[in-house]
Ligand binder design. Structure first.
Ligand SMILES: *Cc1c(COP(=O)(O)O)cnc(C)c1O
Length: 430
């Protein structure tokens, strides 16, 4: 009915369609997983288990082991958010006051906020409009003697050039935090996303392709970094080595003498992740198939620019399906196209939206979170973004149209309607 009415009020007539897929996806199995946590009596890894023989390892530990194995990493440390995992990664790598960390100038704010959280200086590099990922040339131009790290982010359906970034990092003695919040399961030259940096970071927030509502994880092969990540996430505690044998035993105990705060993932979230992880590869395959179809069809329309995919990517994942609109050739801007498509296809802004604002003028990015006193005057100045202007970020901000990944889980008929709608809008403008 809803779709019918929208169809009538629009100049474009498309047949009414079934609803777009929901995200996240849950079923009876999900409910049973949550019920199991309720019954176990342990709602947090820092809480006691009342029947160890029946419930065994914490859900959190089960997920950490499964996710490490899935990624091909030695260790996984879970967290309450991806942002927490980024902060913990920087802490584990000893990034601190005044250290420069290079981040892309257009992405979600979390990486830059994480750098500010350890009193570092986020240095914004430009992105490559063809992939939306950080430009290696721009990174190279921004390396100074204060640079300590690069946060490489795989954006939407693409991956940052990890080979070139690794070569650059090695040359200058830098570490790489690989933010794989958009790309659970993507593969770069045989290696899963998250295993290409010194520490790989994931978000499991509501919109991500693997989700428990709010959650995160960091993965690494380095046992020292793993211990530090745990300390950082668990108030300096560490896991007791064996699953507790006695009722009401705690899962965490005193650990390293190191700064830590509470970033624990709850057992409910871990249970959701255990339920969702086995679905990930199947969903990624469907999304990749539909994205390739969209790419073939949409690239035929004048003024629509589809994303480039470096040949090193063996397996793509899509947090978002992105096209760019050359307004001159297409006939209207990306922003206008988004509004028209929302109306015609009945998509809310969770499903179809513009790209992030460039960081240096993003209202969510406030570079003066706390007072730094006399010691911090130079630091405060280093955070000033007033002079920053990155042409690649500006171009992408103007041109990008982002479909949320749930759209790629729709039926073939639904996906074909997206193509039809873009084509029709193009012809209307001519
Ligand atoms: C979502 C996201 C994060 C982390 O987000 P949380 O909401 O804290 O889990 C980090 N980096 C990128 C690129 C993201 O999209």
């Amino acid at each position: 009915m809803e779709a019918d009415r929208r169809g009538e009020s629009s100049t474009i007539s498309l047949s009414p369609s079934p609803a777009w897929p929901q995200w996240p996806i849950a079923d009876e199995r999900t409910l049973a997983a949550l019920q199991d946590v309720l019954d176990s009596g342990r709602w947090a890894i820092s809480g006691p288990l009342n029947d160890p023989a029946k419930y065994g390892k914490a859900k959190e530990q089960q997920f950490a082991e499964q996710f490490a194995e899935y990624c091909g990493a030695r260790f996984c440390v879970t967290m309450d958010h991806g942002t927490s995992a980024l902060i913990a990664a920087l802490e584990a790598l000893d990034i601190g006051f005044g250290d420069e960390v290079i981040v892309p100038g257009l992405t979600w704010i979390a990486p830059a906020i994480a750098v500010l959280s350890v009193n570092g200086v986020p240095v914004m590099a430009d992105i490559d409009p063809a992939t939306l990922c950080i430009s290696v040339d721009s990174v190279a131009e921004r390396i100074t003697r204060r640079t300590r790290a690069i946060i490489a982010i795989h954006m939407y359906g693409c991956m940052a050039d990890m080979d070139a970034l690794r070569a650059l990092a090695d040359k200058h003695g830098l570490v790489i935090v690989e933010d794989a919040a958009h790309s659970h399961g993507a593969v770069w030259r045989g290696k899963k996303a998250g295993t290409l940096g010194d520490i790989g970071v994931f978000s499991m927030q509501h919109g991500k392709v693997l989700t428990c509502g709010e959650g995160g994880a960091a993965i690494t092969d380095d046992p020292v970094l793993k211990e530090r990540l745990e300390a950082s996430a668990w108030n300096a505690r560490c896991r007791i080595s064996e699953a507790p044998a006695l009722p009401f035993s705690m899962g965490l105990t005193e650990g390293l003498r190191r700064f830590g705060t509470n970033r624990c993932l709850s057992e409910f979230q871990a249970a959701l992740l255990l339920d969702q992880l086995p679905r990930l590869d199947g969903q990624n395959t469907v999304r990749e198939h539909n994205a390739r179809y969209l790419e073939r069809e949409l690239s035929e329309i004048p003024g629509v620019i589809t994303m480039e995919h470096p040949s090193q990517i063996d397996s793509r994942t899509y947090y978002g399906y992105v096209i760019r609109i050359d307004a001159q050739r297409f006939g209207c801007t990306a922003a206008q196209l988004i509004l028209k498509l929302q109306l015609v296809l009945g998509m809310g802004d969770f499903m179809l939206h513009p790209v992030y604002k460039p960081l240096y003028r993003n209202p969510l990015y406030a570079p003066h979170p706390r007072r730094h006193g006399a010691l911090g005057e130079a630091y405060t100045r280093a955070l000033d973004t007033a002079e920053i202007m990155l042409p690649g970020c500006e171009l992408v901000y103007e041109q990008a149209v982002v479909f949320h990944h749930s759209v790629l889980l729709a039926s073939m008929e639904q996906i074909a309607r997206v193509v039809e709608a873009v084509r029709t809008i193009y012809f209307e403008q001519q």
